[in-house]
Structure formats: structure tokens, C-alpha cells
Design a protein around this ligand. Structure first.
Ligand SMILES: Nc1ncnc2c1ncn2[C@@H]1O[C@H](COP(=O)(O)OP(=O)(O)O)[C@@H](O)[C@H]1O
Ligand SMILES: [Mg+2]
Length: 402
């Protein structure tokens, strides 16, 4: 990466679009970027949380169950989701009162519907993010970078996590070792040594974030609720030791990084198995136990896989809004020696904009020919420029010729 250290991006406005494994909505962030690897500055100027239309959200959740996924459905959803990503970007522009001509590019993560990283018997990893970039470019008139994960997978990587380099450049502390702990559907951590270099970054998926919690709430409320708001159910329950023991021995927790995971391991099929076996303990105890698993898996991962317990942990992602989960994480981290745990908004960052912002940065790097992966993190054989660029201009020309 030293050969691109001095390379700068084209400074100016970018939009990042992100929808995570929770499929709770699309986060759109308008970001002003300057610098490159060295001296990167990223300022979020506006954020918009775009809800998935309910019917589309249900179709996306259904297509993630491999046994029920049909090719024609995936094909159509690729375009339908792209239309929502484009709407999210256009609404953001409207909200910020910025003309689209001022935006250099959109970086769109897309919607992951399947993530099968290499490992175990699988030598060739694969991952599918839908939300077609050409459709987004056509509807917004803005050059769009998409399909970020496969370039890393094509050279042996997990294709995830991709945010750690951005984390390291923006959140390194001069004096303290830090973990940035994201709690989306899946939990993932970036460990940054004080004044740490790229080579010192450690990052991986710690296990489930909100995924089992959300699925159990959905199952135990007949779909009337989809998440445990502020952890109210869990706070009223008690940990069921046999269920927690059964979950703690899942192989994923013992695997050494590089590792990444998704709905395939911690999604609805697991929740249904748990619900069937333990429904007699009731909703609150089920949720207290699932919440404890997330907190435990974070602390256990730090003890097992980091060179030291961090001096500070910054919590972000939707799970940071779950007051009970936050308090459990604080408590288990305190027990292993991390006594400083903060919400990312204490550092002046809009929680919901953080990952979308990272994809704006990754798009800027792609456009400048700068690699965005960290091989020691993803397991890829070397640094690589991520993503595929669909220039808005070419999309227009192609339309005219038809
Ligand atoms: N106030 C809250 N209380 C409890 N959980 C919350 C709250 N707000 C968000 N969440 C959780 O955060 C999830 C969304 O988090 P997010 O970081 O967007 O995940 P992803 O990246 O997987 O989409 C929701 O599904 C829900 O479980
Ligand atoms: Mg989300």
C-alpha cells in the first residue's frame, strides 16, 4: 500500500448508500472528502434514513432463505432494490438542497442476499449484493460505484469487513488502543493500536449483533414487532443457562480471523430452532439470553483474538441504540479490563451515517485507483482496488443510441 500512500482522491462531495443484513432500511450519507490514505478527511454533511417499502422488505427477507430463493425473483429484486437506493440518494440531495451535478460519485454497498466466505470445505468464496449500479446511475445521473466485495474475494479474501481501513484513518487515537464495535445484524470489530499502522489493524465479525434478537422478537410477536426496542424484553428476562451454553459452543466463535459471517449462520433458521427448543422459557428469557450472547461474543472475541484488551471501545450500529444491550456490553467489557465504552455519537459522528460514509470513501478510492481492502483483515492475497464503476455519462449515451 506504500505505493499509493501519496495518491489523493478527487476532493469534493460523494454519496454513500448502505443497507445491512438487518434489512431495516437504506442509510444515505452525503460526505465531503479530501486527501487519500494520508490526511483523509471525511465530513458528513447530510444523512437520510430511507425505509424499504414493506412489500419489498418482505421479498428481500424471503429471498435470503436459500431454499426459497428463485432466480427470477433475485433478478427482479436486483432492479427493484436499485430503484430504492436511487430514491434514497435523490431524497438526500433534496433534503440537503444540493444539485446532483455537485456529486462526484455514489458508492453503493447494495443489499447482501447471500454471503459465503471461503473457509472449511469452501475454497472459493462468493457474496452477492443486489441493487444494480447501472440502474442507480441511470436514475440519479450520478456515476455509481458498486459491487465492492467480489474483487477481494477473487483473490482469496472474505470480501469483508471492508470498513476497517476507513476506521483506522478516521478513528486512530494517539494514546489509546481502540475498538470500533459495530452492532448491525452481525457484530464486527476494528481494533486500532495507538497511532496504529495499516498492518496493525485487526478486524473481523464477532458473531451475531441484533440478528438472533430480531428474529426471536419477530417469532414471539407473530411478526407484529421486529426488534427489541431499547432492550425492554431482554431487560425483563433472565439468562437461560442451557440455551446460552448451547450457543457459546458454536464453531464460529472459536474460528481464528480472518472470518466473516451472515444470515447463513445466525439468521432465522437458527432462531426457529432455538424457539422450538426453548419456547417454554418465554419471550423475555429468550431475549435476555440472545442479548447476553451478543455481549459475551464481543468480550470473548477481544480476549481470544486481539493482541490486548482495548483501552477504549466505541459502540456503533443499530445495536448501540439498544440501551440494555449497551449496558451488558459495558459490563462484560469492564470484567475483561476495558473500562471505557462510548457511543460513537460521543465522538461527533451520526451513528446511522457511519457505514454509508465509509462506502463514499471506498468509492472515492476506487475512482482514484486506490485499494480499499486490508489483506491481513480479509485474507486476500494482496491489496486490490474494490468495486466496479458505472459512469453516469455512458449510461446516458447508451440510452440515446437505443
Ligand atoms: N432503539 C433500538 N432498540 C433496540 N434495537 C435497535 C434500536 N434501534 C435499532 N436497533 C437494532 O438495530 C438494527 C439495525 O441496525 P443496523 O446497524 O442498521 O444493522 P444492519 O447494518 O444489519 O442493517 C435493527 O434491526 C434493530 O435490531
Ligand atoms: Mg441497517
Amino acid at each position: 500500500m506504500d505505493n499509493v500512500k501519496g495518491t489523493s482522491i478527487r476532493g469534493g462531495l460523494y454519496i454513500g448508500l448502505m443497507s445491512g443484513t438487518s434489512v431495516d432500511g437504506i442509510d444515505a450519507a452525503m460526505v465531503h472528502l479530501r486527501g487519500g490514505y494520508g490526511g483523509l478527511t471525511a465530513k458528513v454533511l447530510a444523512h437520510h434514513a430511507h425505509s424499504w417499502p414493506a412489500a419489498l422488505q418482505r421479498r428481500l427477507q424471503a429471498v435470503m432463505a436459500p431454499a426459497r430463493a428463485r432466480t427470477a425473483e433475485i433478478c427482479e429484486l436486483n432492479m427493484l432494490t436499485a430503484r430504492e437506493f436511487a430514491k434514497a440518494a435523490l431524497t438526500l440531495l433534496q433534503k440537503a438542497k444540493i444539485d446532483k451535478s455537485k456529486i462526484i460519485a455514489i458508492g453503493s454497498h447494495g443489499q447482501t442476499i447471500c454471503h459465503l466466505p471461503p473457509g472449511g470445505d469452501r475454497t472459493l468464496g462468493s457474496s452477492l449484493q443486489i441493487g444494480d449500479a447501472a440502474m442507480i446511475a441511470a436514475l440519479t445521473g450520478i456515476t455509481t460505484v458498486g459491487n465492492f466485495r467480489t474483487a477481494d474475494m477473487a483473490i482469496g479474501g472474505q470480501g469483508a469487513p471492508l470498513v476497517p481501513l476507513v476506521d483506522q484513518l478516521l478513528w486512530t487515537d494517539d494514546h489509546r488502543s481502540r475498538c470500533i464495535q459495530n452492532i448491525g445484524g452481525i457484530g464486527n470489530v476494528t481494533y486500532i493500536a495507538p497511532r496504529g499502522t495499516v498492518g496493525e489493524i485487526i478486524a473481523f465479525d464477532t458473531g451475531p449483533g441484533n440478528m438472533i434478537i430480531d428474529a426471536l422478537v419477530t417469532l414471539t410477536t407473530d411478526g407484529k414487532m421486529t426488534y427489541d426496542r431499547n432492550g425492554k424484553f431482554a431487560a425483563a428476562g433472565r439468562i437461560h443457562k442451557p440455551m446460552l451454553r448451547q450457543l457459546k459452543v458454536l464453531e464460529y466463535f472459536r474460528l481464528c480471523p480472518p472470518k466473516s459471517t451472515g444470515r447463513e449462520l445466525f439468521g432465522m433458521p437458527l432462531a426457529i430452532r432455538l424457539w422450538r427448543k426453548y419456547r417454554h422459557i418465554g419471550r423475555n428469557d429468550l431475549l435476555a439470553t440472545a442479548t447476553e450472547l451478543t455481549a459475551w461474543s464481543i468480550a470473548a472475541s477481544y480476549q481470544r483474538f486481539l493482541p490486548q484488551v482495548p483501552e477504549e471501545t466505541i459502540i456503533c450500529g443499530g445495536g448501540a441504540e439498544n440501551a440494555f444491550l449497551f449496558s451488558r456490553i459495558k459490563s462484560v467489557l469492564d470484567m475483561i479490563g476495558c473500562h471505557r465504552v462510548r457511543h460513537i455519537e460521543e465522538l461527533g459522528m451520526i451513528n446511522k451515517a457511519r457505514e454509508a460514509m465509509a462506502f463514499a470513501v471506498l468509492a472515492a478510492w476506487t475512482m482514484a485507483g486506490i485499494p480499499g481492502n486490508v489483506p491481513s483483515v480479509t485474507g486476500a492475497r494482496h491489496p486490490v482496488v474494490l468495486g466496479a464503476i458505472t459512469p453516469a455519462g455512458l449510461t446516458k449515451a447508451a440510452t440515446c443510441r437505443c
